[in-house]
Design a binder for this molecule. Structure first.
Ligand SMILES: Nc1ncnc2c1ncn2[C@@H]1O[C@H](COP(=O)(O)OP(=O)(O)OP(=O)(O)O)[C@@H](O)[C@H]1O
Ligand SMILES: [Mg+2]
Length: 202
């Protein structure tokens, strides 16, 4: 029987590029530290960290164990050398919502707030909560994914800044609810460089 370790060991990366992967895996997402594949015939994904980020798997698994919650976060099934097996979330990220024109409602934003407050009750410091780290499921539920930076001590204003942008720009009746990817990408790039800011009254 092919195990998760066999599948993960068959993936070939060149830096952050996937150059080969086995039949039992389907690429569904990529981030700055890992690639995510759905396991064939299972409601599970494997998050495989790029070679230089291997050590993050154990760190993220520890945080998922501490959270111990599958209402706001995906379930953690397994952790191995450089990978995590997580519950497959059948949905799209808030980033995709923006590009596909799926409305991001205030209720969805509030669920993310609840999820992050829940993490704070566990002594964590929710960080790096951006548009691609929050998902709207097909059943309307919302999940926060990618908790790897929830133990950092440095304050991260990404989510608060996004909420400011939501209140001041997105909720404006003139703002189109579907935005071309290149515009979203440009805004993200300028925000990351500090050229545009969304922080309230600062
Ligand atoms: N459990 C899941 N179910 C479905 N899709 C997922 C799941 N986890 C991650 N994804 C998809 O894979 C993408 C990358 O995953 P993730 O955010 O965990 O990677 P990362 O490298 O840690 O990201 P970042 O760049 O934010 O650090 C997500 O944006 C999402 O589209
Ligand atoms: Mg991510």
């Amino acid at each position: 029987m092919t195990t998760a370790v066999d599948l993960v060991n068959s993936i070939r990366f060149e830096g952050a590029s996937i150059v080969a992967y086995p039949d039992g895996l389907h690429p569904i997402g990529k981030g700055r530290s890992a690639a995510v594949f759905k396991l064939s015939g299972e409601e599970k994904v494997v998050k495989v960290f790029y070679p230089e980020f291997h050590n993050l798997a154990v760190q993220e698994a520890e945080i998922y164990k501490e959270l111990d919650n599958d209402v706001y976060y995906p379930k953690l099934y397994e952790v191995g050398e450089g990978y995590l097996i997580l519950e497959y979330l059948d949905g799209i990220t808030f980033y995709d919502c923006l590009i596909e024109g799926v409305e991001i409602t205030r209720e969805m934003v509030e669920v993310v707030d609840e999820a992050l407050n829940y993490a704070r009750t566990k002594g964590l410091n929710p960080s790096d909560t951006h548009l691609q780290n929050v998902m709207l499921l097909k059943n309307g539920e919302v999940r926060v994914i990618d908790v790897v930076r929830f133990r950092q001590t440095k304050e991260c204003s990404h989510w608060e800044d996004l909420k400011t942008a939501y209140d001041t720009i997105y909720c404006n009746s003139y703002f189109p609810k579907k935005v071309p990817a290149w515009i979203v990408e440009t805004v993200i790039r300028l925000y990351r460089k500090g050229i545009i800011k969304f922080n309230k009254g600062k």
